[in-house]
Design a protein around this ligand. Structure first.
Ligand SMILES: [Zn+2]
Length: 447
């Protein structure tokens, strides 16, 4: 989330692929034996520098087993052939910064606070189910969901329900509760006598920090999310200032614990002291990274720290010009683009992320792509940030974000050429996850 405003198909359904995802009794069993050949007029495979024309993708069960020039070999016996016409086929997209338990932070609708104060857990879970479906239908077959904003371990349950086939959704890497310090997270601004819920687990000192990480890992966190900065404002010199939260010692305890479990740590950090502590404390990914100094960019390159910038969200809902909030909102966007451009040029590892949930799930997730290009990426770099590079961040190289033998059969198709018009990615015409075409609502016909 953005802690400030206080906090916001062409449907191709191949009958035998269409598993009954609304049935509790039908996990992806029948996909395991199904053989399918997908014909692509143009293939962007997620890793190659150039697209390839007229390719066939052989899928067996949930995996891709071969990719070759169309007609180079006959379809295997019993294979189903799915010709996607003139479409461009890409790997399923990956959003590395989502919040399925947030429904935008629209002030008129109660902003961030109402979600924790007035929405029952069941209501938040129901809407998280819809959010997960929204990600998948927009072609995002994998998400890294970086904390539930007061909804506890709800993300672990949604992930389980998706993996067991009860509900449609992307494969999820979850961060559960997130960690910040006292004074370092919402809800805030209430009378001190009133105890209000917090959107993250608040800790003070390395012992509490390590304990929180252990608890979250124990309850199913795939990643640990840490807030290294919280409030931000513009000072009298016109500079963006961000309140730091955890100390380096507190962060090091969390990183040490997570790395011991072979898990990684994502750090929300805007700029200044908090961002420096995030880098010195060994964060694996910097979330947002609004203002990066040259020295910090050099440190990120040296340490191999990832940047998940979430550019587009900082153009939403600016406060009125001339107000403290309005100055802050404009300054954030202004420094962010410059930082991103410098990071691209310096070769910082960049993965696609949006903060969707911070803005409503009814909006386009792929709207992030044009911003990445505006600030220095080529269309192919932006696509790879949401495919093979994102898979690398998630330690899924070769399994996700690529159309190659051994990878999961996660595919999307768009009408047109996304390299010429990146906006086409906002209108996917075909989505497949693990060899199953979405939406999978049609039950196999009884024989
Ligand atoms: Zn966020």
């Amino acid at each position: 989330m953005r802690p400030t405003v206080c906090l916001s198909v062409l449907v191709l359904c191949v009958a035998r692929l269409c598993l009954a995802q609304d049935s509790a009794a039908a996990p992806a069993a029948s996909a395991s034996t199904h053989i399918l050949v997908v014909r692509a007029r143009t293939l962007i495979d997620g890793t190659s520098a150039q697209p390839r024309a007229n390719q066939e993708i052989l899928i067996q069960g949930d995996r891709i087993t071969a990719v070759y020039a169309a007609g180079a070999r006959p379809p295997p016996a019993g294979a189903e052939v799915l010709d996607l016409g003139n479409s461009t086929v890409l790997p399923g997209l990956i959003d590395c910064h989502t919040h399925i338990f947030l429904q935008g932070e629209i002030p008129a609708a109660g902003g961030y606070d109402i979600q924790l104060l007035k929405f029952p857990a069941s209501y938040r879970a129901a809407r998280a189910v819809v959010a997960a479906r929204r990600a998948l239908e927009q072609g995002f077959t994998t998400i890294r969901d970086v904390e539930t904003e007061g909804a506890g371990y709800g993300d672990v349950g949604i992930k389980q329900a998706i993996n067991e086939g009860h509900i449609p959704g992307p494969r999820m890497f979850v961060a559960t509760r997130a960690i910040s310090s006292t004074g370092g997270y919402n809800l805030e601004g209430y009378a001190p006598e009133i105890v209000v819920p917090k959107g993250a687990q608040l800790i003070d000192g390395p012992v509490e920090a390590r304990k929180a990480a252990r608890e979250q890992l124990d309850h199913g966190a795939d990643w640990i999310k840490v807030y290294m900065t919280h409030r931000s404002w513009v000072d009298e010199q016109g500079a963006l200032v961000s309140q730091p939260t955890l100390t380096v010692e507190e962060l090091k305890a969390i990183v040490d614990e997570a790395h011991g479990w072979r898990k990684k740590v994502a750090c929300h950090a805007y700029n200044g002291i908090g961002l420096q502590r995030a880098l010195d404390g060994g964060c694996d990914s910097i979330e947002h990274g609004l203002e990066l100094t040259d020295a910090q960019i050099a440190q990120m390159v040296k340490q191999g720290t990832w940047l998940v910038a979430t550019l587009a969200v900082y153009y939403d809902d600016w406060d009125a010009p001339g107000t403290p909030g309005g100055m802050r909102d404009r300054k954030r966007a202004a420094v962010h683009g410059v930082s991103f451009q410098k990071a691209v040029r310096a070769g910082v590892k960049i993965a696609f992320g949006t903060d969707v949930g911070g803005f409503p799930w009814s909006e386009s997730i792929a709207r992030e792509f044009p911003r990445m290009i505006e600030f220095g990426m080529t269309p192919m770099q932006a696509i790879q940030a949401a495919t093979s590079r994102a898979a690398e961040l998630l330690d899924q190289r070769g399994k996700l974000g690529t159309v190659a033998p051994g990878a999961y059969a996660d595919l999307v198709a768009v009408e047109g050429d996304p390299l010429a018009d990146i906006g086409t990615l906002e209108h996917v015409s075909f989505v497949m996850k693990s060899g199953t075409v979405f939406p999978a609502v049609q039950r196999p016909k009884p024989r």
